[in-house]
Design a protein around this ligand. Structure first.
Ligand SMILES: Cc1ncc(COP(=O)(O)O)c(C=O)c1O
Length: 465
């Protein structure tokens, strides 16, 4: 048969590829026999492959350090994990094995820091970068952290008034960062990001509120292009502007010694994904180096806060196709056993695409489908992939003994937080069962049930029944 699903993949992509392979007709993800775990735990099923987290950190670190060495750059590289991309303890435990620093976004994040400290997963020397526009409870928790000895905590001023609180409440000399607001992409609905202090006001802010106060030491200039690190004129333009701001500030602020480029390192969201990580990272280091050399300024330490990049590729979300509905001549629906809006909210909210593959039936013919979720919402669907505006999956016979299983891959970042994992869900469709898979000492796979499928009672409790 020449129009099987296998043929389609062979004709469209290089396959197998890193993390994806077939074994006896079934898809494997990072060597995980998905079929086995589906049989054991059922669907819908969320899987986190923990070793991927460490390997991602190692890859980025190596690329930065290699670039630093080859260019003769004199600053150091620091990998921070941005907790908001997945706050779960199993993720934090894993990233901390790689000795990363941490970035927080809200008051409750600081409670996580204390929990990690009590569990001896971190000590008070860790660097903690505090981002976001901060309400008083967040400010207070940052102050408490610094007053209690986390001396490498670096609150990043998102606006010019934030510093007053620290200056008043912190009882020791402390470090500070300044977030510089980026200009948004031309297609966006506003010009300047609401996050950070406009470029034109950074110098005045420093001179008026910080310079001359011996307690405050500005250590870091922070910026973040929300649309990600892309080989586009827009990204390079914003990076160059931020480096220029760094150089100008450094001339009047001797304590400044680090530039933080935020998150945004992409992950694979299609089997056709192409991204030259080595080139992009080298280019970033080079641009900082060239600008500093031109201004006779020491090369700053470089900090990143990669969220999606750290955890995204560790996750997979697997569904069974419960049935098919031919709604007209051309529209065939595959109805899955959970909701896309609820379990992969970015697919609905920002039209994020994930790698989508069937787990079985690769030798069947393929067909164009719309995937439908279980809620009543007409937005609860998925029908286009990144490389084409359509979704193709194997045909299946409803009498066949084994249902069609499909997997969305690289779903490990943000989806749980945005969907409120374990909370109230649209149409009360529960959060799926979740398993963690790790490598044992002999390289064997070891799995652990992280959470059962959400129960009716847990929702009814929240709802007050
Ligand atoms: C300040 C800051 N740093 C890091 C990140 C992480 O971004 P990403 O997940 O794209 O790496 C974000 C995401 O919103 C952010 O706002």
């Amino acid at each position: 048969m020449t129009n099987s699903y296998t043929d389609l993949i062979d004709q469209t992509f290089y396959f197998p590829q890193d993390g994806f392979d077939l074994h006896k007709g079934y898809l494997e993800f990072n060597g995980i026999p998905l079929h086995y775990f589906i049989k054991k735990y059922g669907t819908p099923l969320k899987i986190t492959y923990l070793p991927k987290i460490g390997s991602q950190i190692k890859k980025a670190r190596n690329l930065f350090n290699k670039s630093i060495k080859s260019l003769g750059y004199t600053g150091k590289y620091h990998y921070c994990y941005c907790t908001k991309s997945s706050h779960f303890s199993y993720v934090l435990n894993e990233v901390l094995k790689s000795k990363v620093q941490l970035e927080t976004s809200s008051a409750f994040d600081i409670d996580i820091i204390w929990k990690l400290y009590e569990a001896k997963k971190i000590d008070k020397r860790i660097t903690i970068i505090n981002n976001g526009f901060k309400p008083e409870n967040y400010l207070q928790k940052i102050v408490q952290l610094i007053n209690k000895g986390f001396k490498n905590t670096i609150p990043i001023c998102d606006n010019v008034d934030e510093v007053d609180f620290y200056a008043k409440k912190i009882r020791r000399k402390f470090q500070l960062g300044i977030r510089v607001a980026t200009e948004e992409e031309p297609t966006f609905s506003f010009y300047t990001s609401r996050l950070g202090i406009p470029n034109s006001k950074v110098q005045a802010f420093y001179k008026e509120k910080i310079a001359g106060n011996d307690k405050l030491e500005v250590k870091m200039l922070h910026f973040f292009v929300d649309t990600g690190i892309k080989d586009k004129i827009y990204y390079w333009g914003e990076l160059k502007k931020a480096i220029k701001t760094y150089c100008e500030l450094k001339k009047i602020c001797p304590s400044l010694e680090a530039i933080n480029i935020g998150g945004g390192l992409p992950i694979r969201n299609s089997l056709g994904f192409e991204y030259d990580y080595a080139y992009m990272i080298k280019q970033i280091v080079l641009l900082i180096q060239e600008a500093c050399d031109e201004d006779n300024i020491p090369h700053p330490d470089i900090y990143t806060e990669f969220g999606s990049y750290t955890v995204g590729e560790s996750g997979a979300t697997i569904f069974s196709v419960l049935g098919q509905k031919q709604q007209n001549d051309s529209e065939l629906w595959y109805m899955i056993d959970n909701s896309l809006m609820n379990s992969l909210p970015d697919s609905w909210g920002i039209s994020q695409r994930f790698i989508l593959l069937p787990i079985n039936k690769w030798t069947n013919e393929y067909t164009r489908v719309n995937i439908g979720g279980l809620t009543c919402d007409n937005s609860d669907y998925y029908n286009s992939e990144l490389h084409q505006n359509q979704v193709y999956l194997p045909k299946f016979n409803k009498k066949s003994k084994e249902p069609l299983y499909i997997g969305f891959f690289h779903t490990g970042a943000y989806q749980d937080a945005l969907s409120g994992f374990g909370g109230i869900k649209h149409c009360l469709i529960p959060s799926p069962k979740h398993i963690l898979i790790d490598k044992g000492e002999k390289g064997n796979l070891v799995e652990r049930l992280s959470s059962e499928e959400q129960s009716a009672q847990s929702m009814l409790d929240i709802l007050g029944y």
